[in-house]
Design a protein around this ligand. Structure first.
Ligand code: SF4
Ligand code: SF4
Length: 307
């Protein structure tokens, strides 16, 4: 199987440093690894690093720190574009004095049980071609699917020399990655979609703003839904309306649905029929007015230049 020029989405702290297509591993592949406070490099990987935060990461970390998501973002994050696309996101802002993560201490991570997805992945990155084009037997397969894992081996990380053996699946389960994958998958899919449509026109500023707000500030996204004409415009089941009113996770999942529909025209969120009809009538009226205007101009021209 040969891949097209589409770059896979490679998610995880450290990523693939060499930029060379890594050795593909599966969930059954075995690795030797152990990370624990006694390892000589303990916390060496928590500095000088880019850690992209997913919406779920932001939600969990702001809850952990008992602050609002936008406060968390302004205090602990800085803007970054996601996966070389024009989709705006955030990464953890390293401390100015030592370029280390604001949550690391000599005793380890102070937010360990709520640490971001990328920290849980390390040292196993994930590459995903979902939604990207690829070639199979010389034929282009659109919307193809090819996910694999790869080892991130960095010199400072001594965990690779430990005896403990895991399959990738065991390691990921131990790190709680499975739950994160479930929470992040539709958001990552948006980025993959954007990556695979990279040659098309860039996102409008309004679309970028909406993506950023929904990804980093769920309370503002909730206000947008409940304090604008949103619910008059879109068909949303009353039961779902109540869920997204009360539950942040439901709201987050709904934001992915909304973004997929508005950014990529995905199915899943319908505009109310009466709104569609009103829009059609408005377009028709504009067209009728243009036709009438053209007829008026033509008549005027004829009057000015009689044959
Ligand atoms: S969040 Fe925790 S695990 Fe992740 S880089 Fe910071 S200190 Fe390390
Ligand atoms: S560098 Fe590797 S072994 Fe050392 S603390 Fe980080 S993940 Fe664990």
């Amino acid at each position: 199987m040969e891949h097209t020029d589409n770059e896979p989405l490679q998610f995880g702290k450290g990523n693939n440093p060499s930029n060379i297509m890594p050795v593909k591993l599966t969930l059954d592949s075995k690795i030797n690894f152990r990370c624990y406070p006694g390892v000589s490099c303990f916390t060496a990987c928590c500095g000088n690093i880019k850690i992209i935060l997913t919406p779920y990461d932001i939600l969990q970390l702001s809850r952990r720190l008992n602050i609002k998501p936008h406060e968390f973002v302004s205090q602990y994050a800085e803007p970054d574009f996601l996966e070389q696309t024009d989709m705006p996101g955030v990464r953890i802002k390293m401390r100015a004095d030592d370029n280390r993560c604001p949550f690391v201490t000599p005793d380890g991570c102070t937010v360990y049980t709520d640490r971001p997805t990328a920290c849980r992945y390390y040292p196993i990155g994930m590459a995903d071609f979902h939604e990207g084009g690829r070639k199979e037997d010389g034929k282009e397969v659109l919307g193809g699917y090819d996910k694999f894992y790869f080892k991130v081996v960095e010199e400072h990380c001594k965990g690779h020399f430990e005896d403990k053996e895991w399959t990738i699946a065991e390691w990921r389960a131990d790190q709680g990655v499975d739950v994160r994958d479930e929470m992040n998958k539709e958001w990552l899919r948006l980025i993959m979609r954007r990556k695979s449509h990279g040659h098309q026109a860039s996102l409008s500023e309004q679309a970028q703003r909406m993506f950023f707000m929904a990804s980093t500030d769920l309370p503002s996204f909730r206000r947008f839904i409940f304090e604008s004409s949103f619910l008059d415009t879109y068909e949303v089941e009353p039961e779902l309306v109540e869920k997204i009113r009360a539950d942040d996770i439901e709201l987050m999942k709904f934001s992915f649905l909304y973004l997929a529909a508005t950014l990529f025209g995905a199915q899943g969120l319908r505009i109310k029929e009466e709104k569609v009809q009103a829009k059609v009538a408005e377009i028709k009226q504009r067209q009728d007015e243009s036709v009438l205007e053209a007829i008026r101009e033509y008549e005027e021209m004829k009057r000015e230049r009689p044959e």
